[in-house]
Design a protein around this ligand. Structure first.
Ligand code: SAM
Length: 325
């Protein structure tokens, strides 16, 4: 049997090494393992979480295929679209904002272009200009407008939007207090009576610790900040003056396991096995109707409303029609 070129390479490399060389290689490997596990080498924490970092992520990921395969991407997309639908759909008129464009730029889980025919204006924003430009390029029919902006410092006037959709944008900050800063900004640009639908990585998910571990090791394609319990999310929303109307958890699959299982079956190219895994993942969505939903959902979700201030002194109401003279 002829050894492959790689085997020859390693054979020659190690054969030529003397004892000292081998010791040095051993020390290098051990130092690397120690640094990774002791936390001295947190590759996942970027020096900044501003546009430069996310532009870099976009360039890096643009060269590779997306981490979500089309089936998982479609599941994620459907989970978010049906959440928007279930929580009242698009407003009759007014502007709609989505707080990041990651899916629209490079994923199989884009939402914006699939929001049902809407007469009002749809605006997508992202802190990364590269991501916003890429999202614009993919939207051939120009369903939406695209801008580069930071959700912590929104360049929009008070009360600009009737609906804001924020899908796992606010859980990527290095400084956790940026969540509150961003929610304050989102509450400001919501019109009175307008709605915010927000999702974040779910801290109550049974496998959240695994996601944190993998993120800490730097094995994810981007930085993930902290995750949140449903009560923590509600408390944050209330401190910025929004009124929480609904909460739930969505996308009930063991996220990392699903990615691994689907890529494994894809590699095997076994149709039957792939179909079985897909069916199991779809069946798992039923957990969303049980009391275990916060344990199995990948994202915790909330719908919050900006109250209407009644000028005639009846206090605050959620809907202008509730405001009695
Ligand atoms: C890793 S992605 C994940 C979010 C995506 N919606 C999803 O569910 O897969 C994070 C996105 O949020 C954007 N982002 C991060 N910080 C932001 C900020 N301060 N303002 C606006 N967008 C931000 C990033 O550029 C990136 O597109």
């Amino acid at each position: 049997m002829r050894p492959s070129e790689i085997e020859w390479y390693w054979y020659i490399k190690f054969h030529d090494m003397n004892e000292t060389h081998l010791k040095m290689v051993q020390i290098k490997i051990l130092t690397k393992i120690f640094k990774t596990f002791s936390g001295t080498k947190k590759r996942s924490v970027p020096p900044t979480d501003g546009p430069a970092y996310w532009n870099h992520v976009a360039r890096h990921m643009g060269l590779k295929s997306h981490y979500l395969d089309p089936f998982l991407g479609e599941m994620k997309r459907q989970a978010h679209l049906s959440l928007v639908q279930r929580w009242g759909g698009l407003p009759v008129t007014g502007r709609v904002l989505k707080t990041d464009l990651f899916e629209e730029a490079m994923g199989p889980d884009a939402l914006l272009t699939d929001l049902p025919n809407y007469g009002g204006m749809i605006l997508g924003m992202d802190v990364s200009a590269a991501i916003a430009i890429q999202a614009r390029r993919r939207d051939a029919d120009l369903h939406a407008y695209y801008v580069a902006a930071d959700v912590r410092r929104l360049p929009f006037a008070n009360g600009t939007f009737s609906l804001i959709i924020s899908t796992s944008t606010l859980d990527h900050f290095r400084d956790p207090s940026d969540l509150n800063r961003s929610l304050r900004q989102l509450a400001r640009v919501l019109e009175p009576g307008g709605q915010l639908i927000v999702t974040l990585d779910n801290r109550q998910n049974l496998l959240d610790f695994l996601l944190r571990f993998i993120s800490r090791m730097g094995w994810l394609p981007y930085y993930t900040g902290r995750s949140y319990k449903v009560d923590e999310l509600c408390a944050e929303l209330e401190t910025v003056g929004l009124v929480v109307k609904d909460t739930t958890a969505i996308l009930h699959n063991p996220r990392l396991m699903a990615v691994v299982a689907v890529s494994f079956t894809n590699k095997l190219r076994c149709r039957v096995l792939t179909t079985l895994v897909h069916r199991a993942l779809v069946a798992f969505q039923k957990m969303g109707k049980t009391r275990w939903r916060y344990r199995t959902g990948s994202f915790v979700a909330a719908r919050a409303v900006r109250p209407v201030m009644c000028v005639n002194g009846c206090g605050t109401a959620l809907d202008p029609t509730e405001c009695v003279a």
